[in-house]
Design a protein around this ligand. Structure first.
Ligand code: NAD
Ligand code: FES
Length: 286
């Protein structure tokens, strides 16, 4: 159970793993996440689901080595098993609950920053398979850090690439490219979805607001239990406290207090460094 059936390195620090988890695969939907523990008493690491295949009984996770626990996950090889994979957790993306009539006439643009391209993928696939027009922007610091280009190209209408250093595609950040598409190239959208670093989602929301475009963001908050009991994942949305693990992770980007969310994200950073892999906190959903 929870055996890694396939492992690939996507960039020097980012790995994709297909993991046996039939019950999670059977009920997973775009937008949801799961919690992985490499050993019985290990840290509970929340990771967004990057794909799921009920036929094969597998789910796919994409993990960036950015701390002790993600390094631990990435060190697992094909044939080895995680102690626990719990999910699917959180609410599915809002469009999953829409009828074909409600989806008719919609045109989505997804804004994926860095590793955020992985959780964008199942959402794009879901909409594309239902005939909803979808454009995708993928941004990364440099060309070699772009992920999911080929996969995304196969299930979207238009794929737009940008890099901070101009090594591939548009020279600039995802927000600059979104503005360029709408203001310079006259692309029209009814909805946008941004997934990536918190700072990117903050500026994507500000940009979308300026363009009059609604936006959903997926919040990678601190998480501990992932079931609405501990309060670690609390965020302020529209002036109200919400729990990202059970009420999210997706929220209306106009309403999120990103500055507070970013402060909370860094709250345990020094403790994590000191404690190595054993501290009970998590802010590393990739
Ligand atoms: P990164 O820092 O390389 O940024 C990726 C892209 O985001 C950049 O190329 C740029 O286009 C855009 N961006 C970054 N800062 C921006 C700003 N201030 N304004 C506008 N655009 C900006 O990304 P990375 O290193 O791949 O990201 C890793 C982080 O993403 C981790 O902290 C991880 O937790 C988070 N993440 C979050 C989710 C989620 O569910 N929200 C999913 C995956 C990864
Ligand atoms: Fe504990 Fe959300 S992670 S309430």
């Amino acid at each position: 159970m929870f055996m890694i059936v396939k492992k690939e390195r996507l960039t020097p620090l980012v790995y994709r793993m297909e993991v046996e988890a039939p019950r999670v695969a059977e009920s997973a939907l775009p937008g949801q996440f799961l919690i992985v523990r490499t050993e019985e008493k290990g840290e509970r690491v929340p990771l967004t689901i990057s794909d799921y295949d009920p036929g094969r009984g597998t789910v796919t996770i994409v993990t960036q080595e950015i701390g002790a626990s993600t390094k631990d996950i990435c060190s697992f090889e094909e044939g080895q098993s995680f102690a626990d994979v719990v999910g699917p957790l959180g609410m599915p993306s809002e469009f999953v609950g829409k009828t074909p009539e409600q989806l008719a006439g919609q045109r989505y643009v997804f804004i994926a920053g860095g590793v955020g391209a992985a959780p964008v993928f199942p959402q794009v696939k879901w909409l594309h398979s239902r005939g909803v027009p979808v454009d995708v922007i993928i941004g990364a610091k440099t060309s070699s850090l772009l992920i999911y280009k080929e996969e995304m190209a196969m299930c979207c209408d238009n794929l737009y690439i940008c890099t901070d250093d101009g090594s591939e595609g548009f020279h600039g950040m995802v927000t600059g490219l979104l503005e360029n598409l709408v203001l310079e190239q006259g692309r029209q959208y009814t909805m946008s979805v941004a997934i990536g670093p918190m700072i990117m989602m903050k500026f994507a929301a500000l940009t979308a607001k300026r363009l009059g475009l609604p936006i959903t963001v997926s919040l990678n908050t601190l998480m501990v239990d992932g079931t609405g009991m501990c309060g670690a994942c609390r965020v302020t949305v529209g002036g109200k406290t919400r729990f990202a693990c059970v009420e999210g992770p997706e929220f209306d980007g106009y309403e999120v207090d990103f500055d507070e969310a970013m402060r909370r994200q860094t709250m345990y950073r020094s403790e994590e460094k000191e404690a190595g892999p054993h501290i009970c906190k998590i802010d590393i959903r990739n």
